[in-house]
Ligand binder design. Structure first.
Ligand SMILES: Nc1ncnc2c1ncn2[C@@H]1O[C@H](COP(=O)(O)OP(=O)(O)OP(=O)(O)O)[C@@H](O)[C@H]1O
Ligand SMILES: [Mg+2]
Length: 245
């Protein structure tokens, strides 16, 4: 399979602190790639670099073979890379529909026709199961619903690849099940490649094709879920770091 997104020797320093050190990754089109690691490992920082929030100190990001390092977030988004945020931040005083519409209008093939954007937003709202909440204000939604809204906003930009930053922490077991099914559908039905940070190990293990493990800014393992589950360094980091379910 063809590579869609690649990171080459990504290093990020904040002052004297090295948050990422020579991290390499490679995602194939159509893949679900999990990204795990203890708190502070550098996972969100890697997403910030991919999505253009700030440039890496060293290293390059390639999307569909093109060097996109240092592009601004709106440029990255228009190329077809969308993300969700660990701390969801919808426009609280706007309805679900208007929030999703803002993504649709901002997206890759910016729709000048409001009607198209409106219809696309409604269909995405249905896809994530928020159809009954479309006229509710974002601030009236539950945590699960706000997370679904976050996903819908990202999907409305019509991405080729979606960076998901912790969608299921804090949800009930049933909501976790539903969200996992949805992530599978995003790949299988919408054809979107997925790079997925998650702390809930059994969810990532159950859905990802491959997993990358970061610890203290370095990649310490990469492989299929069963390989990661049996990797001594990974077990040490998690037991030593006091993670997880
Ligand atoms: N903008 C920033 N300025 C300074 N330090 C930062 C910045 N962003 C992240 N860091 C630091 O970089 C390290 C990695 O942070 P990051 O948010 O990437 O971790 P993470 O793996 O996403 O952790 P978590 O699982 O808790 O979300 C942390 O020590 C954090 O304090
Ligand atoms: Mg994070």
């Amino acid at each position: 399979m063809e590579t869609i997104l690649r990171g080459e020797s990504i290093t990020k320093k904040f002052g004297g602190f090295t948050a990422l050190k020579n991290v390499e990754f490679n995602i194939k089109r159509g893949e679900i790639l999990g990204l795990i690691g203890p708190n502070g490992a550098g996972k969100t920082t890697l997403f910030n670099i991919i999505s253009g929030a700030f440039p890496p100190t060293a290293g390059r990001i390639f999307f569909e073979g093109r060097d996109v390092t240092g592009l601004k977030p709106h440029q990255i988004c228009k190329l077809g890379i969308a993300r969700t945020f660990q701390i969801v931040r919808p426009f609280n005083n706007m309805s679900t529909l208007d929030n999703v519409l803002s993504g649709a209008l901002f997206g890759k093939d910016a729709v000048s026709d409001l009607k198209d954007a409106y219809e696309r937003s409604l269909s995405i709202i249905n896809f994530v199961g928020l159809e009954k909440k479309k006229n509710k204000l974002a601030k009236e939604l539950t945590l699960h619903e706000r997370k679904m809204l976050e996903l819908a906003r990202a999907l409305a930009t019509n991405p080729k690849i979606l960076l998901i930053d912790e969608l299921i922490a804090g949800l009930t077991p049933l909501e976790v099940q539903e969200t996992m099914r949805l992530i599978g559908k995003i790949r299988d039905e919408l054809g979107v490649t997925i790079f997925w940070i998650e702390h809930v190990m059994r969810a990532v293990m159950g859905l990802a094709d491959r997993i990358i493990v970061l610890a203290y800014g370095e990649k310490i393992a990469e492989g299929k879920p069963f390989e990661i589950a049996n990797d001594k360094r990974v077990i040490d980091v998690y037991l030593g770091g006091g993670l997880i379910e």
